[in-house]
Design a protein around this ligand. Structure first.
Ligand SMILES: Nc1ncnc2c1ncn2[C@@H]1O[C@H](COP(=O)(O)OP(=O)(O)OP(=O)(O)O)[C@@H](O)[C@H]1O
Length: 455
């Protein structure tokens, strides 16, 4: 296992994590090549280095990982990162290793030999590991808890970071029951800072995450949800002669840039991929109906630019760190504003101008409503919380419908749906509003429909 590269600036500083912003910036530069911190990264890093709990809300692509990766490099011991997806852990670990940062993940996909090596390192008096990624399921096991206790007793547990922390909340769109169990960590290690990170937190989710994790007087950092480099657009399916042709024209006129198209169903992914291929657009389908070997090939081809467009179900997403995605299309209506924000947020992680295009149709709206009502009634237990939950599902859905049908600024709609006040200052200078054709007014019954156009 690789040792961390020697860090500049005295061992005392490293031991106690007391580093000046300049020193932290030089660590950022040394390992990641970036010359300054983004948004609220530095505040989050300083909070956990000073031993405080921290709740950090940053937009998609905002650079949340850096908030625990830098502390891992300047603190003694190991930073434990709890992450919901193995693919996400694998990506981060291989990217960190390529930078010479000793990181590992523990999951069922690891070979026994690798797992043993990691455990040996953790059991040694001086682990070389700086970051260890695990699933919430592993954290809940008594064996792993005992391992953490040993590490902690030797003063070698530096920080617990909980990525995608909205998964802990019943109100979060990716709720995972096993995430609830990690709440015991606060009691188990009262002196170790906990950093909860998410891009998706309506106020109810924020409160739930903070109280479920029993964060103690946490530093709460919230960056704006606005993604100024993404241009948001809705196209009305019912007004188009042929949606497939519209999508292929959109892709062709953008110069076959790196794109993701989300579809509700696998069959639509296959169908649309075939159409795009016939139009000479380099594309591949990605969904749970394909075996893992095919999915890995599709992902690798797309990550290395051999394929430009992935047509996928929502199975494709979390943890996929390609920075230069220029277009994210929704061929069908997402189930909520939160899902839409996460998925469209995969565009433009390099902060360069990018587009979100949502194709909206009345048939899609009816279908999604039907699916949500059915899944709510199937899950429904005779309790007030489940009733509240199904009401929430439908309320969330009506927000995304409103986004599509509304005549006001779409950016403002997104921001306001997360409880943030949207002002016209959010509008980037290259975006202006145009009046949509009159027919859309008839189709959707609104007073006027507004489309934004990138100049
Ligand atoms: N200070 C910085 N300057 C420039 N780029 C940065 C900086 N910090 C992080 N990045 C880069 O931004 C990209 C997004 O970072 P990261 O994956 O941590 O985002 P995220 O907030 O977890 O997003 P998501 O919620 O969408 O997963 C990464 O490629 C990362 O290397």
């Amino acid at each position: 296992m690789k040792k961390a590269l020697p860090l500049k600036g005295g061992s005392a500083g490293l031991r106690h994590g007391t580093k000046s912003p300049k020193e932290l910036e030089s660590v950022l530069k040394q390992y990641f090549g970036y010359s300054e911190f983004r948004g609220r990264q530095l505040e989050a890093i300083e909070a956990v280095l000073s031993g405080r709990d921290c709740f950090c809300l940053m937009p998609t692509g905002g650079g949340k990982s850096m908030c625990y990766q830098i502390p891992a490099l300047v603190k003694t011991g190991v930073v434990l990162v709890i992450s919901p997806l193995i693919a996400l852990m694998e990506n981060q670990v291989s990217s960190l290793k390529s930078k010479g940062i000793p990181a590992e993940f523990l999951s069922s996909t690891q070979t026994t030999a690798n797992k043993n090596k990691i455990h040996e390192d953790l059991d040694s008096g001086n682990p070389s590991l700086k970051l260890l990624y695990v699933t919430p399921e592993l954290v809940a096991t008594s064996g792993f808890k005992a391992k953490l206790t040993k590490l902690h007793n030797r003063g070698l547990l530096g920080l617990v970071a909980i990525d995608e922390a909205h998964c802990i909340s019943t109100w979060g769109h990716d709720f995972r029951p096993s995430y609830r169990k990690i709440s015991s960590l606060r009691k188990q290690f009262p002196d170790i800072p906990i950093l909860a990170l998410t891009a998706t937190a309506v106020p109810k989710v924020q409160k739930d995450v903070i109280s479920s994790l029993s964060l103690q007087n946490p530093v709460i950092l919230k960056a704006s949800f606005n993604r100024p480099n993404i241009f948001y657009e809705v196209r009305y399916k019912d007004l188009l002669d042929d949606v497939y042709s519209d999508i292929s024209n959109l892709l062709k006129s953008s110069g076959n840039v790196c794109s993701i198209i989300y579809c509700l169903e696998r069959a639509a992914c296959d169908d649309l991929t075939m159409h795009l291929a016939q139009q000479g657009i380099s594309s591949a389908a990605y969904h749970a109906g394909l075996n893992s070997k095919v999915r890995t090939t599709v992902l690798d081809d797309w990550l290395s630019s051999r394929t430009q467009v992935v047509v996928a179900t929502v199975a494709f997403g979390m943890g996929i760190d390609r920075q230069d995605v220029r277009i994210v299309c929704h061929f069908n209506l997402p189930k909520s504003m939160e899902s839409f924000y996460q998925e469209s947020g995969r565009a433009g992680r390099d902060q360069q101008p990018s587009r979100s295009v949502l194709y909206y149709g009345l048939e899609d709206r009816r279908r999604m409503e039907f699916i949500l009502r059915n899944s709510s009634s199937r899950k429904q237990q005779p309790s007030s919380s489940s009733t509240e939950l199904s009401e929430k599902t439908l309320a969330d859905f009506s927000q995304i419908v409103d986004y599509c049908e509304s005549s006001s600024c779409r950016r403002k709609k997104i921001i306001e749906s997360f409880g943030e006040k949207g002002t016209t200052n959010f509008m980037p200078t290259h975006v202006r509003c145009l009046q949509a054709p009159k027919s859309s007014v008839l189709a959707f019954g609104g007073p006027s429909a507004c489309a934004q156009l990138s100049l």
